[in-house]
Write a protein that binds this ligand. Structure first.
Ligand SMILES: Nc1ncnc2c1ncn2[C@@H]1O[C@H](COP(=O)(O)OP(=O)(O)O)[C@@H](O)[C@H]1O
Ligand code: SF4
Ligand SMILES: [Mg+2]
Length: 302
């Protein structure tokens, strides 16, 4: 599998807040990387940095062999949009309320000069592909259900054949009954197109369905990364807590998180960690490579 994305020691700040703290990761072409962690752990910021929507404070992002500029020009954004697309939690806010379904599918094709002269045909094909009836072509976003709007958001991301699609909590705002349908659609499209995907969620069950590899973040830091075995043999205490709290993992931990803030020195997880020792307050754990492609940042591993 050829390498598509490489992130080295990425840090992103908003004033005093370190939203992403020295995170490194890599992603192969056609691979699906899950990104989990409770609310505020820096998942969206990481995804947005790859799109050029957040300027990194430090580190670098390499896409298809090319180092991305720290600050994007209008031209950089256009180039990046041709390669990387996002699917957002709130599909409605990412759409133009005055643009009907057909035109909102044609728009990205026109902006990127893809399928010239065939935009309408291509848009109608995608309407079918995402499971919306042809008669929906003339409808407006407010006339669609949440699930239908997310289908449209997904089609808008995939229609221009990007190399990478970043899905940021794409089902979190939907009814449980609709969530599975949207996950299945994403799974199918990923398989058929071979696009690489970063799938952000706070629900581990959703991620374990889709991802080849999963990366767990806590307070801006990478705490653990692994393949499917991460879900059966988590090594980091935070991952262990996430999995033990499944299926309502994110929510349960988000609540406990508000009571126990991340520690400022040493390991950020130490005030909540049942295994914390004195050292954990002194030293920041580095990410260590283990067997089976596992990476873990904890001072108390065998
Ligand atoms: N635009 C912003 N301005 C200021 N702070 C932000 C902004 N976006 C995110 N943050 C802060 O950065 C941290 C990480 O946020 P985010 O990346 O949205 O986390 P997640 O997606 O995991 O919930 C949080 O503390 C959040 O409050
Ligand atoms: S470094 Fe210490 S506090 Fe942090 S996860 Fe490991 S044992 Fe817990
Ligand atoms: Mg987010």
């Amino acid at each position: 599998m050829s390498q598509l994305l490489q992130i080295d020691n990425l840090s992103c700040r908003f004033g005093e807040t370190v939203a992403v703290d020295q995170v490194s990761l890599s992603l192969g072409a056609g691979e699906v990387l899950g990104l989990v962690g409770e609310s505020g752990s820096g998942k969206s910021t990481l995804g947005r940095a790859v799109c050029g929507l957040v300027s990194p404070a430090a580190g670098r992002i390499v896409l298809a062999g090319e180092v991305l500029p720290r600050h994007f020009s209008a031209r950089d954004f256009r180039r990046q949009a041709a390669r990387v697309q996002m699917v957002f939690q709130d599909a409605y806010s990412a759409m133009n309320p005055r643009m009907n379904v057909l035109n909102s599918l044609i728009e990205p094709l026109q902006l990127q000069g893809k399928h010239r002269g065939q935009e309408r045909t291509c848009a109608m094909q995608w309407l079918e592909r995402i499971g919306l009836p042809r008669r929906f072509a003339g409808r407006y976003p407010h006339e669609l259900s949440g699930g239908q709007r997310q289908r449209l958001g997904i089609a808008r991301a995939f229609i221009t054949s990007p190399q990478l699609v970043i899905c940021d909590e794409p089902v979190s705002a939907l009814d449980v009954s609709v969530q599975a349908q949207i996950i299945n659609l994403l799974h199918e499209l990923q398989r058929d197109t071979g696009v690489a995907m970063i799938f952000i969620a706070h629900d581990l069950a959703v991620v374990s369905h889709l991802a080849n590899r999963t990366l767990v973040m806590y307070h801006g830091r990478l705490v653990e990364e692994g393949d499917a075995a991460l879900f059966t043999s988590p090594q980091h205490p935070y991952t262990q807590a996430l999995i033990a709290a499944n299926p309502a993992a994110g929510k349960a931990l988000a609540n406990s998180g508000s009571l126990r803030p991340p520690a400022a020195t040493g390991c950020a997880y130490r005030l909540r960690c049942p295994k914390a020792i004195n050292d954990c307050g002194q030293h920041r754990p580095v990410v260590e490579e283990k067997s089976g492609g596992r990476r873990v940042a904890c001072l108390r591993l065998d």
